[in-house]
Design a protein around this ligand. Structure first.
Ligand code: NDP
Length: 445
């Protein structure tokens, strides 16, 4: 039996950071990854998605270009294999960067599916490790709604490796992944229909932002089918997919993307003594320690926001507390900013108006909806939305929301202000950057 101080299962954003930081503290660290280093974020998530998001943006640029005098700028044909292979090359490069970073830090990498089999005992292939500490960082995987014919649909992982780009696609779901792929596919020229079971997409986000997003997606040619849930999928004689919905609608399409959520990868953990919540998430305390002493969990296994920066921050707190002796290290889960890279993108930090009211705040809201300068020459109908939610009693800004170009970039700065407790007066006394979209946040009256 081999030994180590820390055995990390999973080489995604959280696992890699924890391994690297623990090794820097002098720990003997082993990290096991069954596929490629970098996890969901690098291989089938944030990074390739953002590259596809950029690719999809060129068609909108081409539509605007003639109004700025660029007559030769018309959108040409989309060569999907070029995009896919260039993306693959970049991901391979990043896999190599992760490997080098880990090796340089002194982490021993093992390839394969590691299993926690008993208290701090990990099996991988023919090898058995007795670890001082084990960190579970296996992340999540796409969850497909269990309807007859679901195997005829693809999941988000598959979208990064499609052999051909379809002419039409139906996307099921109204969350991050569904909206992001709706923007990507339609931007790449695919006739895209988005079906979700609620009245509006993006449950949990501010309602004004949800409505505005749905309206802007429609303006960009995405067909929205609210209150539509799939019941079954069939393959037609010519290989197309036929979808049947609970409202008796039927659709035939070339590709069905099921973007109905993600589930933590917890197989075998309960047998090893780890307690799981009803929804399948791992139960852990403020040290991220599970029900098995010495076994910890971070990232998408936990009931915390399933976002890469949250997983990497949890990795930092775990190492500071467990290897650095800093029991004060903790992560503040309030005011975590987030962006959905749909078209147009949206971003948010803090509370929605509905959440603030539900928490007993007396709210005052400020709203700005306008046509951005970039769209004036084309005289198109694109509109940007910004909204501030303010605690009417003390004047603090408790939520900032935006739908429009560069929303993610703009909200990141506001997240710092909101964390520091900025009031609406602070926003108002800040000089704007002119002309910009961002300045609208400091000129709303
Ligand atoms: P989400 O939880 O965001 O959305 C899942 C969607 O699927 C919801 O609209 C849900 O509907 C719907 N759904 C669930 N089950 C069914 C069903 N049986 N039939 C029909 N619809 C169903 O999950 P995603 O997979 O999109 O993303 C997972 C997480 O990954 C996100 O929550 C986010 O934390 C993270 N992520 C972050 C990104 C970013 O930072 N940009 C990008 C992508 C993912 P309903 O709301 O009605 O329940």
């Amino acid at each position: 039996m081999k030994t180590c101080d820390l055995f990390v299962i999973g080489g995604g954003s959280g696992g890699v950071r924890a391994a690297r930081l623990a090794a820097a503290q002098g720990a003997r660290v082993v990290l096991a990854e069954k596929t490629a280093l970098g996890g969901t974020c690098v291989n089938v998530g944030c990074v390739p998605k953002k590259l596809f998001f950029y690719a999809a943006g060129f068609s909108a640029e081409a539509a605007l270009a003639p109004y700025f005098g660029w007559s030769e700028f018309a959108a040409g044909a989309m060569d999907w294999p070029t995009l896919r292979e260039n993306k693959n090359r970049e991901i391979l490069r990043l896999n190599g960067v992760y490997e080098r970073t880990l090796k340089d830090a002194g982490v021993h990498i093992v390839n394969g599916a590691a299993r926690l089999t008993a208290k701090k005992i990990v099996h991988i292939g023919d090898e058995i490790y007795q670890a001082e500490k084990v960190l579970l960082a296996m992340g999540g995987a796409p969850f497909m709604a269990s309807i007859p014919g679901k195997e005829l649909a693809v999941c988000s992982d598959d979208m990064f490796h499609l052999s051909v780009l379809p002419k039409q696609a139906v996307i099921i779901g109204g969350g991050y992944i569904a909206l992001e792929f709706a923007g990507i596919l339609s931007g790449l020229g695919v006739q895209t229909t988005l079906c979700y079971r609620a009245e509006l997409p993006l449950r949990g986000f501010d309602e004004t932002l949800r409505r505005h997003t749905a309206a802007e997606m429609t303006k960009r040619g995405i067909i929205l089918r609210p209150q539509t849930a799939p019941e079954s999928i069939e393959k037609t004689a010519n290989g197309a997919r036929r979808l049947y919905f609970d409202n008796d609608e039927m659709m035939t399409t070339a590709l069905v993307l099921m973007a109905t959520g993600r589930k933590p990868q917890t197989r075998g953990l309960a047998e090893a003594g780890v307690i799981l919540r009803k929804n399948g998430m791992v139960e852990a305390d403020e040290n991220y320690e599970t029900a098995v002493p010495g076994v910890f969990a971070i990232g998408d296994l936990l009931q915390t926001p399933a976002l890469t920066p949250v997983a990497t921050a949890e990795a930092g707190v775990f190492v500071a507390r467990v290897f650095g002796g800093d029991k004060t290290a903790r992560l503040d889960y309030e005011n975590i900013p987030t962006a959905v890279f749909c078209r147009p993108p949206l971003a948010t930090v803090g509370m929605s108006e509905e959440a603030a009211k539900a928490r007993g705040f007396k709210t005052k809201t400020y709203l700005s909806r306008y046509r951005p300068l970039r769209h004036t020459l084309a005289n198109d109908k694109a509109q940007t939305l910004m909204k501030l939610v303010v605690d009417a009693e003390c004047g603090k800004v408790v939520g900032a929301h935006m739908v429009g170009e560069d929303a993610g970039e703009i909200i990141q700065g506001l997240a710092i202000a909101i964390r520091l407790g900025a009031t609406k007066d602070d926003f108002d006394s800040t000089i704007g950057v002119h002309p910009s979209n961002a300045e609208e946040f400091v000129t709303m009256r």
